[in-house]
Ligand binder design. Structure first.
Ligand code: COA
Length: 334
């Protein structure tokens, strides 16, 4: 992706929030035909976090943002633009961004929700980056936030075990150093894959009705095997493509930061990139698939654990419903 603007964008602050309620695999064993061993072996997930019934996704987004403001000494009124990629907004409209902006008093910002499923974070990141590169804005907040527990059918073992809730935020700021921060991105969509992973009802095609509710059409529906195959190929191909385009060898990369949908997809991607396990950020065992939150939550946790240092080359990679997929190459700065 070309940058003809005067600035590069860099991540100047990062934060995450996961709810307190831990849901272990044994909870699903208690009422579904599944086992802790199957879930760990096939997905890598040991537990996930759930928001309470009265906590919408904006609650998690606010927690992550408040934590970022506090840790990095940023004031709400400094934010120019807020973008929230999410498939689980509080409601279709007003946007979750408007709800969060009001709750946190970010009175000088505008913003919007974005829909790109599991690629939501990197699509939103690259959208925010444009406003920084051009010089239009100085502080852009990108917040992946999800309440996947509200979209999963509790009686479907194929999907419910996979997902969790949470939110993570990154702040983008400009630098005149064009060799640091977000350097490059390759983003793709292929709508012919839409039928394999979707939430069919609740939009204008199938508005809520007794029939849609009875048939469970408001839940996540997935052909897991097809999505798995496409994800392995898509994530690995695009990660290799961005490495090649930027003359990066495996030894140049500090971390792959992959979307956390399935540990086997992550491992297959790392293998194709010839990266050892210690160079792959992983938190799926603790949180499951939190859709737009997975990548920034990895960044935040590894940063807080002191595992990131300025100048580290990172490859962010994702694949999700749509199909949507892509990779971002960035040089860590904080
Ligand atoms: N417990 C026990 N058995 C389960 C199960 C569970 N929680 N979920 C599914 N199964 C069963 C299936 O019913 C199937 O049984 P069958 O052969 O009798 O029909 C069997 O396990 C194997 O199904 P399969 O789809 O081949 O399993 P898998 O190894 O591919 O794992 C997923 C299933 C969903 C974990 C995996 O396909 C996956 O991760 N897919 C992609 C997810 C993803 O990337 N999403 C996109 C981005 S969000």
């Amino acid at each position: 992706m070309n940058n003809n603007g005067p600035y590069n964008a860099y991540i100047s602050a990062v934060s995450h929030y996961f709810p307190e309620k831990v849901v272990t695999n044994s909870y699903f064993e208690s009422y579904l035909d599944t086992t802790d061993a199957w879930i760990i072996e096939r997905t890598g997930i040991k537990e996930r976090r759930y928001l309470e019934d009265d906590q919408p996704v904006s609650y998690a987004a606010c927690k992550a943002i408040e934590r970022l403001f506090e840790k990095f000494n940023v004031k709400p009124e400094e934010i120019d633009l807020l973008i929230i990629p999410t498939v689980s907004p509080d409601m279709i409209y007003p946007s979750t961004v408007c709800i969060v902006q009001d709750k946190l008093g970010m009175k000088n910002c505008w913003g919007y929700d974005m829909l790109a499923a599991c690629s939501g974070f990197i699509f939103a990141l690259m959208t925010g980056v444009q406003f920084i590169q051009s010089g239009a804005h100085k502080k852009v907040l990108v917040v992946g936030a999800e309440k996947m527990s509200a979209l999963a059918n509790k009686n479907d073992r194929n999907t419910v075990v996979l997902f969790g809730d949470g939110a993570s935020a990154v702040l983008l700021e400009p630098t005149t150093n064009k060799t640091t921060g977000i350097i490059d991105a390759i983003l793709h969509i292929d709508g012919s894959g839409g039928k394999y992973l979707k939430q069919p009802a609740g939009g204008s095609l199938h508005p809520a009705s007794i029939e849609t509710v009875t048939k469970g059409m408001h839940y996540v529906h997935q052909d897991g095997r097809t999505v798995f195959k496409e994800a392995v190929k898509g994530m690995a191909d695009v990660s290799l493509e961005i490495m090649k385009k930027n003359n990066l060898k495996s030894e140049d990369i500090a971390y792959l930061v992959p979307h956390q949908a399935n540990l086997r997809i992550i491992q297959a991607t790392a293998d194709r990139m010839n990266l050892s396990r210690d160079k792959v950020m992983i938190n799926i065992h603790k949180y499951g698939n939190t859709t737009s939150t997975t990548i920034p939550s990895c960044l935040s946790e590894y940063y807080e654990e002191g595992k990131l240092k300025g100048g580290d080359n990172l490859i962010l990679a994702s694949f999700g419903a749509g199909f949507t997929w892509g990779a971002v190459y960035l040089k860590w700065t904080i």
